[in-house]
Design a protein around this ligand. Structure first.
Ligand code: ZN
Length: 431
């Protein structure tokens, strides 16, 4: 909706023309009759508004207030007095009708449209605050959020000297309106003020039908009524002190939340962020010249083996910007579903030795440039399924050599030795 202007006097329009401006706000529309310049130049406008006109406007204004308030708006609304401007705050979608009702009142002295609109928008507060305990249901008795509705009812009840005893629940609002002590005193002291508001609450018949559920905390207490004390003893079992994910102090103390996060990474891998443009395939070769999203993904994955193997240094650094690497350092990342589950970091190096795995003997020097594994890691739940071997094969294939020509970082971990033995039983190159 955009701001609309309705002219009340025939054209040509000038600054003297009476007009109604309708401007949209977030929680309501402002409908304003501007008769300032008209009032200054016409005798009729100079006097105050006719009492019926003013009363009809005031009634509609209050009815609209209640509606806007009930929708959850808690800000203040202000309007001027006098007869130059008439400002109404109107809930959607009644701004058009309101403008028309104001026009009829202003131009035709017909106040019935204002009266009619006010009657239709009047909320059934009297019904809501009728005596008796009951559930006012959301979607049936009211539409707004139960908490907002209860706040509204409390304020209305207070203005009528009622005590509400209400509680908001997901399906609605439980209430039991009763006359407050002050209300009883006022009524007995000034009965003449209450002739149009009879006391419906004091002698209301006792409650029948649906009963309010007990407070949650009371019910919780009931679940333990007559319970026997639980037997507590000591048992000589010895679960792990440290977790296989590499986290020390994993099961107690301050680190448990951090451990759980880390353990998840170690166990099922790293969820690939949406910022990483991994649109195709399940293997990514990240280099030091890749975009920061890729470099960061590799660095996050590098945290898993760092803990597990108790390394001091991370095997991949994000770096400030894409920069070439003299050794062609790269990270092979393997994806499975939403997760990165495999990680191999390698560089091309030219100083190797031969290691006979059976006899544990190191042989001569070698200066061939070989793809050299710095670190290989597979998420725990995917181990023993050839994932590591596949990564080593990919490294060799990418470089253009045989798997047996790949060089391994020394010292090779136990898991790395098992893998190397399987891939290259005769012995491996180490650097
Ligand atoms: Zn763990």
């Amino acid at each position: 909706m955009v701001e609309a202007v309705l002219y009340l006097d025939p054209p040509p329009h000038s600054w003297r023309t009476r007009r109604i401006n309708v401007s949209p706000e977030a929680n309501f529309a402002v409908v304003e009759l501007d008769r300032e310049h008209y009032a200054e130049t016409h005798e009729r406008g100079a006097t105050s508004l006719p009492p019926e006109y003013a009363a009809a406007i005031e009634r509609l204004r209050m009815v609209c207030f209640d509606r806007i308030w009930l929708e959850g708006y808690s800000g203040s609304l202000a309007w001027g007095s006098g007869n130059y401007r008439v400002t109404l705050y109107v809930p959607y979608p009644h701004e058009g009708e309101t403008a028309e009702a104001l026009r009829a009142a202003e131009v035709e002295d017909d106040y019935s449209k204002l009266e009619d609109l006010a009657s239709r928008l009047t909320l059934p507060v009297d019904d809501w605050l009728a005596p008796g305990e009951r559930l006012l249901r959301r979607g049936v008795d009211f539409q707004t959020r139960p908490g907002t509705f209860l706040r509204f009812l409390r304020a209305k009840a207070a203005s009528l000297d009622l005590r509400l005893n209400g509680r908001a629940v997901p399906e609605g609002v439980w209430i039991r309106p009763q006359l407050s002590k002050v209300g009883k005193l006022n009524r007995s002291a000034f009965p003449e003020n209450y002739t149009d508001q009879p006391d419906r609450w004091s002698d209301a018949p006792p409650q029948t039908g649906l009963l309010r559920p007990l407070e949650t905390r009371v019910r919780r207490g009931d679940h333990s009524k007559h319970a026997l004390p639980t037997d507590l003893r000591r048992l000589g079992a010895r679960p792990r002190v440290d977790c296989p994910c590499g986290f020390r102090g994993a099961f107690g103390g301050y680190g448990v939340a951090e451990h759980e996060a880390h353990h998840q990474l170690w166990s099922i891998g790293l969820r690939v962020p949406k910022t990483v443009p991994w649109e195709f395939g399940n293997l990514a070769v990240v280099t030091t010249q890749s975009s920061v999203a890729w470099r960061r993904l590799a660095a996050q994955l590098a945290r898993a083996p760092k803990r597990e193997n108790h390394y001091d240094f991370a095997s991949w650094e994000v770096g400030d910007r894409p920069e070439p690497s003299s050794t062609n350092r790269r990270a092979l990342l393997l994806r499975h579903g939403e997760y990165a589950v495999g990680y191999l970091v390698a560089a091309d190096l030219a100083r190797h030795r031969r290691w006979d795995l059976e006899s544990d003997v190191y042989a001569g020097e070698d200066t061939t440039v070989r793809p050299s594994i710095d670190l290989i890691w597979v998420a725990a739940v995917h181990r023993g399924r050839g994932v590591g071997g596949a990564l080593v094969s990919a490294l060799a294939q990418d470089f253009g050599c045989a798997v047996a020509d790949v060089s391994w970082s020394d010292p090779v971990s136990n898991a790395g030795q098992r893998l190397a033995r399987r891939i290259s039983p005769g012995g491996i190159w180490v650097h």
